[in-house]
Write a protein that binds this ligand. Structure first.
Ligand code: L34
Length: 293
């Protein structure tokens, strides 16, 4: 039997519809949730993701204060813009799309965003809260994956969760979330230094792949019936498409779906959830300005 395909687009649409309902309630109380997405340069993948974010903001009835800056923008200029947004009480969320051009320090930029407006959950204060189990903004992609698992009814308690990839934006926070009592999984993190990757992935009840490389996981590396979550979004040149490329994940989808119990597709899996959780975090940030009133 083939794997059940987890429809991330549909689950994301449900999350976004709930957020939109809450936005209209908040608006009646005089608060319009507002996000500023900052894009520097015109990396084609970033342009696509940012336009998805702005569309979702608009559909949820939120205010879009996004800024598009040229590739030549200096770090000082960008820090100045962030400073102004930090001090503007009508702005609830600030997100600087990564990667940044090489002349701008991603660390300096991430650290400059007020932790109270850091809807990406990348600021060290929010990272620290994630580690210690305090409430803070959770990174959108890992948090979106927890929602996919919950809404699909995939049990995590006592399960072996194997995360492939140790990035600050996916692998590390994903592992930390699954470690929480709430999910109670036994967590393993694999990375480029892992010897015999398949020995680890074959033990996974839930396999989360965020390596950034196509075909990192093939059918023979999957435990029959496992849930496979593919975080990769790779652009493969394809002259038969009018865009000139097609998207593929980090998992060999065609092979994997014959072995797995559940699998996320690319596109239409994790990506749309990242966007849904971003507007959810923006709503939360706007709510917090009411101070629990
Ligand atoms: N600051 N930088 C910051 N925050 C983030 O949360 C991100 N990320 C990652 C890259 N840089 C970031 C994103 O927004 C990856 N990412 C992201 C967002 C959306 C999608 C993929 C990655 C997405 O919508 N994917 C669609 C296909 C989109 C397309 O056609 O290009 C999908 O169905 O997978």
């Amino acid at each position: 039997m083939e794997a059940t395909i987890i429809d991330g687009k549909e689950i994301a649409a449900r999350v976004k519809a709930d957020v939109a309902d809450s936005v209209s309630t908040l608006k009646k109380r005089g608060v319009v949730p507002c996000l500023a997405v900052i894009l520097v340069g015109n990396n084609p993948a970033s342009v696509s993701y940012v336009s998805g974010k702005r569309k979702a903001l608009c559909e949820a009835g939120m205010e879009d204060r996004s800024i598009e800056l040229p590739e030549s923008t200096t770090e000082q200029e960008l820090l100045g813009i962030i400073e102004k947004l930090n001090n503007d009480s009508s702005v609830h969320g600030i997100l600087v799309q990564l990667p940044l051009p090489p002349h701008i320090s991603e660390k300096a930029v991430t650290d400059a965003i007020s932790p109270a407006k850091d809807v990406d959950g990348f600021h060290p204060v929010n990272v620290g809260k994630l580690v210690s189990g305090e409430k803070g903004f959770l990174p959108c992609t890992p948090n979106g994956i927890t929602v996919l698992l919950k809404k699909t009814g995939i049990e995590t308690d006592g399960k072996n969760v194997v995360v492939v990839g140790r990035s600050n934006i996916v692998g590390k926070p994903m592992a930390l979330l699954m470690l929480r009592k709430e999910f109670n999984a036994t967590v393993t993190i694999c990375h480029t230094g892992t010897k015999n990757l398949a020995d680890f992935t074959r033990r996974a009840d839930i396999l989360i792949v965020a390596s950034g490389r196509p075909n990192t996981v093939t059918a023979d590396m999957i435990k029959p019936g496992a849930a496979v979550i593919d975080v990769g979004v790779n652009r493969i040149p394809d002259s038969s498409r009018k865009s000139g490329f097609r998207l593929c994940g980090d998992v060999d989808f065609e092979g994997a779906k014959k072995v797995a119990g559940f699998i996320t597709p690319v596109p239409g899996g994790v990506g749309p959830m990242t966007i849904a959780m971003l507007i959810f975090n923006t709503l939360e940030s706007a709510r917090q300005t009411l101070g629990g009133k």
